[in-house]
Design a protein around this ligand. Structure first.
Ligand code: HEC
Length: 138
């Protein structure tokens, strides 16, 4: 009976870490998508594809809203510093700043003005870096 209990709890632990591995892979994929969105903007300005820029801003904002849910307790990784779970409020507020800057990019895209768009991109990148400085290793 004791043996059966042990087997069950080992299995439960394995399942829990498999779930954490999933959440880590998913968040990394979303962050990579952010980079691709930002990189595409210069070309999109050239083509006058302001709809795509607005959609990109919206996409980054949507991810920023969900981001804290992708950092549950116990989802430590090589890239995520423990500071995230020591000061989760600060982590969340940096995600909110990221969301707001992404929504400003969406607004800037609607002006179809390259200068305003690039200024919004600059500001948005600042909010990525600000979080990375405190909460991402390397
Ligand atoms: C609120 C905090 C926060 C914000 C805002 C944020 N990041 Fe990150 N980012 C992280 C953390 C933490 C990791 C490490 C995740 C891991 O490795 O588990 C990360 C990882 C990454 C990675 C590496 C992904 C990989 O494959 O290892 C890239 C690229 C990245 N972020 C880009 C961005 C960009 C671009 C933005 C802004 C549009 C952004 N991030 C906004 C916290 C943030």
């Amino acid at each position: 009976m004791k043996h059966l209990f042990l087997t069950t709890s080992v299995l439960a632990t394995c399942l829990a870490s498999a779930t954490q591995a999933g959440v880590i892979e998913e968040r990394k994929a979303k962050f990579k998508e952010n980079v691709a969105i930002l990189r595409a903007i210069q070309t999109q300005i050239g083509k006058g594809d302001f709809e795509a820029i607005a959609a990109g801003g919206r996409n980054i904002a949507d991810w920023a809203i969900k981001m804290p849910d992708f950092f549950p307790e116990g989802s430590e990784s090589a890239g995520a510093l423990d500071a995230i779970w020591i000061d989760f409020d600060d982590f969340q507020s940096k995600a909110v700043a990221n969301k707001e800057a992404a929504l400003q990019l969406e607004q800037a895209a609607r002006t179809k003005d390259a200068g305003q768009i690039m200024a919004a991109v600059q500001k948005l990148s600042g909010t990525c870096k600000s979080c990375h400085r405190s909460f991402k290793s390397n």
